[in-house]
Design a protein around this ligand. Sequence first.
Ligand SMILES: Cc1cc2nc3c(=O)[nH]c(=O)nc-3n(C[C@H](O)[C@H](O)[C@H](O)COP(=O)(O)OP(=O)(O)OC[C@H]3O[C@@H](n4cnc5c(N)ncnc54)[C@H](O)[C@@H]3O)c2cc1C
Length: 289
Amino acid sequence: MIPAPFDYMAPASLEEAIRALASHGEEAKLLAGGHSLLPLMKLRLAEPKILVDISRIPGLRGIKAEGDKIAIGALTTHYQIESSELIREKCPLLAQTASAIGDVQVRNRGTIGGSLAHGDPAADLPAAILALGGEVHARGTAGERWIKAEDFFLGLMDTALEPTEILTEIRVPILSGRYGTAYLKAPQKASGFAIVGVAAWLKIASKGVCEEIGIGVTGLDVKPYRAKGVEERLRGKKLTPTIMEQAASQVAQGVDALEDIHASAEFRSHLARVYTARAIQEAAKRTEK
Ligand SMILES: Cc1cc2nc3c(=O)[nH]c(=O)nc-3n(C[C@H](O)[C@H](O)[C@H](O)COP(=O)(O)OP(=O)(O)OC[C@H]3O[C@@H](n4cnc5c(N)ncnc54)[C@H](O)[C@@H]3O)c2cc1C
């Protein structure tokens, strides 16, 4: 449980951090909240030669409204998201999801940027960011760019970030109209990570018809994904319990479900169907308030 020796630096600016990544190459690792990287280092599953601590770089933390979006700095902690009045009021799915992460200590240290960049297939926030059609901003030696959540998660612990890129901000839409949201997960008992987690938001038009819907799934596949097949079956339909269950039954179709000591592939797929149905039903119920 003792990490291999490493050097440490705490750059004062984003530019300095990007330069450090460029000059140290694969030997360098960014450190944000440390709640994914440090456990890996202690298990010697990661042995970076130098840690580039970005946690004190100004301007990377905070939550604000920007037009019809909410902008969240990469260093914003899970607790800050969970307790933000702006997020609770304008995009509650994100607060619901952040509040389901680990325990209080983890939520106080872990950051949204670290969670997304780490690409853990069982992390909670990716499901919500996907469901909401969010996007992330990255800066690196080649400049800056926006990446859609759908294009961000590439595989097991693999994202679209280049080795010299730093995730700086996340944007999600401000939800309006008659909408409901829900994040439900079957957690691992020890860590709280999702065996399966489903984030859902939907908007109801007149006469109870589903006008818009987003569903993100984590834990089932090697990467989190947006359940477009399920969404398509519900968009434009009047949401009845039967229709919601029938649509949810498609969630694991075409997915090569993960299998580990916590759950077989078959059980995970079953959980995904049940939790998708429940998350959609819960979101639909919340539109009635
Ligand atoms: C006991 C325990 C329980 C947990 N339970 C859960 C849970 O239930 N659900 C859940 O989702 N998570 C859980 N986590 C993980 C937690 O949410 C982490 O904090 C989070 O996944 C990573 O955020 P971090 O800021 O700690 O990142 P770090 O550990 O500092 O970094 C993680 C990785 O991302 C990279 N990185 C960090 N920030 C950036 C950035 N801005 N740009 C580019 N790369 C970056 C780092 O180089 C590193 O490779 C748990 C962790 C622990 C220790």
